[in-house]
Structure formats: structure tokens, C-alpha cells
Design a protein around this ligand. Structure first.
Ligand SMILES: Cc1cc2nc3c(=O)[nH]c(=O)nc-3n(C[C@H](O)[C@H](O)[C@H](O)COP(=O)(O)OP(=O)(O)OC[C@H]3O[C@@H](n4cnc5c(N)ncnc54)[C@H](O)[C@@H]3O)c2cc1C
Ligand code: FES
Length: 290
């Protein structure tokens, strides 16, 4: 039975800053009580406030990036962690209203991150919808540095297609643009970049010859967007991985709140459902039904 990762722990954290981003988001920066191992992009933490202003059940958030890191003697890091939080309801509203010095309860790092994003095969296209951009920042950094001993990506091996309903949902866009890879923006109302959705934007890039037909896809965003990305991958027989954002209760494999149905043709077919928190949140698109 899948278990939470061995490096996950439950601990207190202190908010060090909160700043607004986009139309309805904040970047929450926290310092954890304990040092951390190196963190793979697309892992996540369960967060809630410690002062009972949050609901009792913590909420899951992808790690956006680590900042102000110092190595400790045992090979770990003392870092501040940043999360991009879109205000949706009670839990995110409480976290967004935090002030420097407030205490949080944090469980993590949880889940497996992105697969190895290497520079040895087809180029990568990362498809982000709104807040689904969060796991791509470190994904791009780690791909350019090299992952798991594989050849690093060159900047031209990576394209980020970043979409949202309007410009206000392209959180931290300038920071993504400073990573040195090509960023294609797409908005439903045409307020930034391509006028349309991310799948239409990719088709347009293909049509214009700016992206080769044979690519590897990574995606994170709203459910309907990932369904469309998975469909596109299957139509063109492309390797594709999705970082799913299901509802979660415990984050550690106990409550069954995050069940994801598996595909009858995929490698996970011996199980009718898998748990997004411990088996994911990243899955090969051909293994799950989204
Ligand atoms: C692995 C993972 C990583 C995530 N990373 C991020 C992140 O980096 N930044 C971020 O802002 N959010 C992220 N989310 C989504 C985030 O956890 C939810 O938005 C949050 O739990 C909502 O809590 P709430 O109490 O504010 O809203 P609730 O009061 O629980 O719900 C308010 C509204 O939001 C809807 N909603 C709640 N959760 C989700 C969800 N998972 N998907 C779609 N709609 C939802 C509800 O249906 C309801 O309409 C992630 C989720 C997962 C599983
Ligand atoms: S969130 Fe509880 S089992 Fe996954």
C-alpha cells in the first residue's frame, strides 16, 4: 500500500511575507521549523493556520519555489518556501489573510514530483492554466540544472504555454519570463498573448512551426484543461504527464478523499482508483482518467 514519502513531516511554520499577485492571489512565504532535503518540483505541502482561523482540514499547495536557502552540515537546506495561493474559499482566504509572524501547520513535502525533465529527447512543452503554473517554476529551474544525472535541458528545449481567463490569472508572469525559456501566453479574452486557450495556442505554435510536432508534455491546471491536454496527447501519441489538483483531506493516504480512476489500458490498471496524494500528484496521462 502506498505510504507518505519518508521525508515528509508535520511541523510548525512561520509566515515571513505575504504579497498580492494577479487578480485574486497571494505569494505566501514561510519558514519551516526543520531543515529540508532538496525538493523536487511538483511536490506539495498541506497547509493551514495554527490559530484556528483556518478550517480544521489543511489544504494542499504545490511548492512554487525555495528562496533564501542555506546548506546545513547534514546536506539539508534551511530555506524559505513560497506558494502561490488563489483565493477560492475558507481555507485559502484564511491563509491569504496571514501576516508575517503568524504560525502555520505544515505537512510535507508530499507526493512525487515531475518525471525527469532531461535534454536527451524530444523538447518539452509545459502547459499551465492559472494557478497551475506554480509547479513549473522550479520544474524549469531543475530542468536547466539537470535532473537525476541526466543531460540538462537547454533553454530552447523548453516552452511554457501559460493560459488563463485574463491577464490577472497569469500569476507571477514576469518571474516566469525571467527564467530564460520561451513563454507563450494565452488568454480567453485576448488581454495577454494568444486569444484563446492553451490547447489552441499549442496548435497555433505547431501550425506556425515554432514548436516541433514531437514533444513531451507536462501540464497542471483546471480539470477541463488537463482533460483537453490528455486528449491532445492521445490524439498525437505524445508522452504527457499531468499534475492533478484533486480535493484532498489528509494528504497522506488515509482518507480516500483524493481518488483518481485509472485507465484500463494504463500501467496502473490493476487498481480501479489510485490516491492522488501518495501515488501522485503527477501521473502519466495514459494511466488515469481525468
Ligand atoms: C497537489 C495539489 C496542489 C495544489 N496547488 C495549488 C497551488 O499551488 N495554489 C493554489 O491556489 N491551489 C492549489 N491547489 C488547489 C487548492 O488546494 C484548493 O484551491 C484549496 O484546497 C481550496 O480550499 P478553500 O478552503 O479555499 O476552498 P473550499 O472552501 O474548499 O472550496 C471553494 C471553492 O473552490 C472549489 N475547489 C476547492 N478545491 C478545489 C480543487 N482542488 N480544484 C478545483 N476546485 C476546487 C470548491 O469546489 C468550491 O467551489 C492544489 C491542489 C492539489 C491537490
Ligand atoms: S487526501 Fe487523504 S487519501 Fe489522499
Amino acid at each position: 500500500m502506498p505510504a507518505p514519502p519518508p521525508d515528509a513531516r508535520s511541523q510548525r511554520a512561520t509566515v515571513t511575507s505575504v504579497r498580492k499577485t494577479g487578480a485574486d492571489g497571494v505569494v505566501l512565504r514561510i519558514r519551516l521549523a526543520c531543515p529540508l532535503p532538496p525538493l523536487r518540483a511538483a511536490r506539495f505541502f498541506m497547509l493551514r493556520r495554527a490559530d484556528r482561523l483556518s478550517p480544521a482540514i489543511p489544504r494542499p499547495f504545490s511548492l512554487y519555489r525555495t528562496v533564501a536557502c542555506a546548506h546545513t552540515d547534514d546536506g539539508n537546506y534551511e530555506c524559505e518556501l513560497e506558494f502561490i495561493i488563489k483565493v477560492m474559499g475558507e481555507g485559502t482566504r484564511a491563509l491569504a489573510a496571514s501576516r508575517p509572524g503568524d504560525e502555520l501547520l505544515a505537512v510535507g513535502p508530499l507526493g512525487h514530483g515531475w518525471p525527469t525533465i532531461d535534454g536527451a529527447g524530444a523538447p518539452w512543452v509545459m502547459i499551465a492554466g492559472g494557478i497551475g503554473s506554480a509547479p513549473f517554476y522550479m520544474g524549469i529551474q531543475q530542468a536547466l540544472e539537470g535532473m537525476d544525472g541526466r543531460p540538462p535541458c537547454k533553454p530552447e528545449d523548453l516552452t511554457l504555454i501559460y493560459g488563463g481567463r485574463h491577464r490577472g490569472f497569469l500569476y507571477e508572469l514576469e518571474d516566469f519570463q525571467q527564467l530564460g525559456v520561451r513563454v507563450v501566453t494565452a488568454t480567453d479574452d485576448g488581454s495577454a498573448g494568444f486569444h484563446g486557450n492553451v490547447v489552441q495556442a499549442l496548435r497555433e505554435e505547431w501550425h506556425a512551426g515554432r514548436i516541433p510536432l514531437q514533444v513531451r508534455l507536462l501540464s497542471c491546471g483546471p480539470e477541463r484543461m488537463m482533460e483537453a491536454v490528455a486528449h491532445l496527447a492521445s490524439e498525437h501519441d505524445l508522452d504527457c504527464w499531468l499534475s492533478l489538483e484533486t480535493y484532498m483531506g489528509c494528504g497522506v493516504g488515509i482518507c480516500n478523499g483524493c481518488a483518481v480512476p485509472t485507465s484500463a489500458e494504463g500501467e496502473l490498471r490493476t487498481w480501479p482508483v489510485v490516491k492522488c496524494c501518495v501515488d501522485g500528484p503527477v501521473f502519466a496521462a495514459r494511466d488515469v482518467l481525468v
